[in-house]
Write a protein that binds this ligand. Structure first.
Ligand SMILES: [Zn+2]
Length: 446
């Protein structure tokens, strides 16, 4: 008897499928079946043809299909400051260049143009979700909605007055309003984003923890980025920043601690015990010479380690494939062990660990039935990734983001055969060039 085939939206057949979970797995000759934005099956190609009648069947026969990359720490609008001030230490870079430029230039148009550039770059390089921290997060959210990427937008908090808000209370109020506006969006969620222990006071931090518990959202914060940050905290509070956050009740599984380059052994164990997620941003740390995150030791202790690019002003790109390679190589160098952060583990950090940090692991981060179809195809049929013994190792150690051929977010094709489907890339780049002229001329006029 002829069995009726189940109608579904989409089938993607790929030479290799790297589901990330279960770990260390590469499926060959398999198909991912997608319906209503989510993955409904993963099975061998002949079985897929027997059981399903998809509206579209896409075949990528020289490609690896993997979960979309999760960029766990960004400042998307800062893409307009890519190359604006290079080769400086963190505090001088912030105090003398980035913060004055932000005071002079930031407005809603700047945020829109910077977010558009960042999202175009990220989708083009295989990032399907980013965790952002910047002023006017409502504009970042709106741009992410329009361009079809998934995002966690930060309800940013500082004490410092800016064009966005006058004090920490006003930042928090604006964040709460944004959280409320976005509560029905499927692709955009929020996190509190207190900038760093040295820019937010105790009272505001405790209020943020209470509100985060109420709203059930993560807290995304730069923590232990540089040795100077530790010195400032000891001078002012007599304790290291992580200890201060612990006393204020912030060291919980909600905390997404970005950078963590300055860690004592007992702090590594403490991070594991408290269930804190760490976001490793190796290129930003290297460029600002902030220090190096002890990734291997954190992983050995059982800490969830995700990967982020940081903003394009300190990286200087939002290329998660490159960042993942840097993380895998640096982990080995820092641990003095070639077995630290192996290829499959590096890809897990770039996907599922990011999803876990953001509290989105039941929806994204791996190719599993029930999760959103946030997927990327990487064409490995090029000299730099030939021959192929292990597709995961080729991606971790050899591939370029230029080899990302296709990106789907919730089953929607956002990059198709190397072309962004809904973004006028030329217009986005023209607007970025216009802003370059604005920033360069105002800086030159000083
Ligand atoms: Zn940052």
């Amino acid at each position: 008897m002829q069995q009726t085939r189940q109608p579904v939206d989409l089938a993607i057949e790929a030479r290799w499928i790297i589901p990330v979970h279960p770990s260390q797995t590469i499926l060959e000759g398999h198909v991912v079946i997608i319906d209503q934005r989510r993955i409904v099956d993963i099975l061998k190609e002949p079985l897929a043809r027997e059981r399903y009648a998809p509206d579209h069947w896409i075949k990528r026969d020289q490609h690896a299909l993997m979960p979309g990359l999760v960029n766990a720490h960004t400042h998307a609008p800062m893409s307009l400051m890519r190359g604006f001030a290079d080769d400086l230490p963190l505090m001088e870079w912030l105090n003398s260049h980035i913060w004055p430029a932000e005071r002079d230039h930031i407005d809603e148009a700047f945020i829109k143009a910077g977010s558009e550039l960042a999202i175009a770059e990220m989708l083009r390089g295989g990032t399907t979700c980013f965790n952002d921290m910047y002023f006017f997060p409502e504009i970042v959210a709106r741009t992410a909605l329009r361009f079809g990427i998934r995002a966690v937008v930060g309800m940013i908090v500082l004490e410092m007055p800016t064009v966005f808000a006058s004090d920490s209370s006003q930042y928090i109020e604006k964040g709460l309003r944004l959280h409320d506006e976005l509560r029905h969006e499927e692709r955009i969620t929020t996190a509190f984003a207190p900038h760093a222990p040295y820019t937010v006071e105790d009272t505001a931090l405790m209020r943020i923890q209470t509100l985060a518990d109420e709203l059930d959202v993560p807290i995304h914060m730069h923590v232990h980025e540089s040795a100077h940050e530790i010195d400032m905290s000891i001078d002012r509070f007599g304790i290291r920043p992580l200890e201060r956050l612990a006393r204020l009740g912030l060291t919980t599984p909600r905390l997404i601690a970005v950078h963590m380059t300055q860690l004592l052994n007992n702090e590594i164990q403490f991070a594991a015990d408290q269930g804190i997620s760490v976001v490793h941003c190796p290129q930003s740390n290297l460029k600002l010479a902030s220090g190096m995150c002890p990734v291997a030791a954190l992983l050995d202790a059982g800490v969830n380690v995700a990967i982020g690019t940081d903003g394009a002003a300190s990286n200087n790109d939002l290329d998660m494939i490159e960042e993942t390679r840097c993380a895998a190589l640096l982990a080995k160098g820092v641990a003095k062990s070639p077995t630290a952060m192996p290829a499959h583990r590096a890809l897990e950090s770039a996907t599922l660990a990011g999803a876990r940090a953001l509290g989105l692991e039941s929806d994204i981060g791996s190719i599993e039935i029930g999760k959103f179809a946030d997927l990327i195809a990487i064409n490995l049929d090029t000299p730099r990734t030939m021959p192929i013994y292990d597709a995961a190792a080729q991606i971790a150690y050899s591939a370029s983001s230029d080899q990302v051929s296709d990106v789907w977010v919730a089953g929607q094709h956002r990059l198709e055969n190397f072309e962004l489907t809904d973004i006028d890339t030329a217009a986005v780049m023209a607007e970025a060039c216009r802003w370059r002229d604005v920033l360069a001329s105002r800086s030159a006029g000083k």
